[in-house]
Structure formats: C-alpha cells, structure tokens
Design a protein around this ligand. Sequence first.
Ligand code: COA
Length: 205
Amino acid sequence: MPSWEFRPAKPDRAMIPPIRYCKRFRMEVDLRGDFSQDHSTADVDWWPWDDNLLDLHAEAKHLSFHEEMDAVLFPCFTTLDGCRHLMAAIRDRVNFCPEATWLAIGPHGIPVGTIQGIFDVKERYVGAIQNIGVVPEYRGNGIGAGLLRHALAGFRQARVRRVYLEVTAQNSNAIRLYRRFGFRCTKTIYKALEPAIPDQIGVGI
Ligand SMILES: CC(C)(COP(=O)(O)OP(=O)(O)OC[C@H]1O[C@@H](n2cnc3c(N)ncnc32)[C@H](O)[C@@H]1OP(=O)(O)O)[C@@H](O)C(=O)NCCC(=O)NCCS
C-alpha cells in the first residue's frame, strides 16, 4: 500500500456553473379515434421517406431549429453537419418508422419542413415523433399541421395505436399545434442543460 494515493483535485465550487433545467412536456394522442380535427391545407408537396432524401431532411431540420430554443437543449441542431448525423442516427435505428417520416417541399423544390417517426422500443403499437420543424419563412401556412397529419396517418398504417412526443414547455406554437391534433400532456420532465464550459483561455497556459 503506497503512502500516497492519487486523488483528483477538488473542484473549485466557484468554477462549476450551476446545472440548469428545461421544463418539457410529454404529450400523447390515441390514434384509434378520429385523431385529426385539423383540415388545413398547405401549398407544398409531401414526400414520403426515401434514403436519398436524408440530406434534404437535414437541411430542413437545420433551417427549422438552429435559431430555436431547442438548439440550446440539442446542440446538434446548430450545424448542418450535426443535423445530418442526427438524421443518419434516426434512419439507422432498428425502430425507425419510415411511414411516419415526411418531407415538405416548397416552391422551386426546396425543403421547407420535416418530421420523423420511430417505434417505441419497449411498448408494441406505440410510436414517437422525433422532430417536427418548418423553416421560419414558411410557418403559419398549415405545413406543420400537414406534416403531423402525414406522420400520424403513417403511424396508423404501421399499426401504431398511440403516439407520443416531447416538447419544451415554452414552445407554445408547437403545443397549440399538438393540441389541435388531440395530443394531451401526460408528464412533466425536467431535462438538464449541458453546463457551459468555463472559459479556460489564459488559465495556467
Ligand atoms: C411548431 C411548428 C412546426 C409549426 O409549424 P407551422 O407550419 O407554423 O404550423 P401550422 O401552419 O400548421 O400552424 C401554425 C398556425 O398557422 C395557422 N394556419 C394553419 N394553416 C394556415 C393557413 N393555410 N394559412 C394561415 N395560417 C394557417 C394555424 O391555425 C396555426 O395557428 P395557431 O398557432 O394560432 O393555432 C413551427 O413553428 C416550427 O418549426 N417551430 C420550430 C421548431 C420546433 O420548435 N418544433 C417543435 C419541436 S417539439
């Protein structure tokens, strides 16, 4: 037994930023009833999932999320590359649900919205929406509703009976949209935000 032992230096409490939490809701809808009271239409094309569309989904995701509050929670939204990796990770999951994954294509063939779905790994007949995003300039035209309608119809086709998602409590636009489709809050979740790394430049160098 050595007369010394290595212990990591005691962190200076003043250096550790406090952990911050983000309030989120889990919302659920039962697909066995008439899930959509929303019949708004949008002047876009709806493209079902195809592997060749991965980059277009990533582009729509990046433009939709990079300046939103969720980008603080999920930093991969802040770069196009991060969104590509996220899309590839979703596509590669064994529980990926292509039927619930849709792209909205606007004028001149540009991607203006995306939604992706997966099956729950634990519960049969349950689906989860991953991300729904509409590019800011195209919002308020029924594209979000159209994406949701296509995804829920796809889940139904895949025999899913119940769908859930998570949304940041402050995201009132998204919550209003989900409520129109019959989603209801079932749980409140507090998700820790990754602490910002303190600026080390100049310290001990
Ligand atoms: C949430 C989000 C997807 C909604 O997309 P959207 O395309 O604006 O949604 P819709 O157009 O279908 O609905 C939005 C509003 O437009 C209205 N609208 C629907 N169709 C319309 C039409 N044809 N003309 C004018 N307005 C219309 C809706 O009534 C709705 O109004 P309300 O919010 O007062 O109820 C979008 O705001 C977004 O991408 N946000 C950032 C990413 C994000 O936070 N995603 C959710 C993560 S959980």
